[in-house]
Design a binder for this molecule. Sequence first.
Ligand SMILES: O=C(O)CCC(=O)C(=O)O
Ligand SMILES: [Fe+2]
Length: 369
Amino acid sequence: MSKRTALSVADGCCEAKDRAMQATTPLGTLIDVPESDEDDAAVFNAADIAGAVQHYKREGYVVIRGLLTPDLCDRVRQGYRDEVRPSKTPILRQKNMRYERNRFDEDGFLANPIFNAQDLESRRFGSFKTAALDAVTNPGVAALTAALLGTPRTKVIQTMFFEAPAGTWAHQDSYYQDSGAGIGRCTAGWFALEDIDAGAGRFYVCPRSHRLMPLLRNAGELDFATGHQRYQRAVLEAIRRYELRWHAPCLRKGDVIFWSSLTVHGSLGAERRGVSRTSLTAHFLPEADEMLQFHTRIRPQKLLPHNGMAVARLHDQDEWRNRMVRLAASSAPRAYAVVRKTAMRALFAVGKMRKGQHAAPILPPDAIA
Ligand SMILES: O=C(O)CCC(=O)C(=O)O
Ligand SMILES: [Fe+2]
């Protein structure tokens, strides 16, 4: 997690266009956080698909300017304000995979990001959910994700919604989910729904990390069930060892950054008070691929179409059985956490016994599909 540090530049975001704010990385080093995208070679227009793909393949990420219209961004935010923010309904959360009510930070921003907006109950959250799905499945996104993955069609396997700075630890998404048809056949997008202030816990990537460092496997002493903290330290150690750089690009309302499941990324801690980072993220696979979870098992997913794109619904709250799970999980959170932890340990124990194809803890870059 990022450390909170004092402000290192003058107050005010966008006046300081010619300067970059400085922020502290999880390694304790200082990096520039640009206040403008003028000199950023990673920024492309949606029409330049070939340029974007070339940059993505080389650097492991690319920024597409204005992929969402401001109206669509506003629709998601309005849905959040009208339906989600005032709600007392427990919702599945990204940080701990528990059903919790909303929590707000001292600035009033949502502090427990939502996991899988597509699974929210339509009766309560219909406008927010539809707008969020309109954003992550819009035709520009469909075209880009298909081009980035070199496939005719893609599907959404996971989404998140953020408002407050999150200080997400550095990781490769592959550790959590990837494609069953080949490691690295998964891409993700971070959709800026407002201009993201340099102090609002910017999303960062480590350019070229998808090629420069090995894949850290979700297995052995780094496995999710017993070694998640060791995994978080191992990623930082890899950043140090392979002398990776950090880039926390300027993202304006409607911009989307895409990165590979092998690219190290995360988000900085808050460096300024009173600024939010309202955003969606979505993870995509080639439509025909199955989802590989924790480098350990193929996770079958129910798929429903939206805008012509398949979207996975793992915990669909429009199904009464899933609402029962939510009720049980939110009324007995400790018992639910114990059950989940035990199931997770069992999953990795079975994996170890099988000593199958996923056993090697570290895979060198040239061994990846
Ligand atoms: O924005 C963040 O804090 C992290 C998002 C992320 O890691 C993801 O969606 O994969
Ligand atoms: Fe991630």
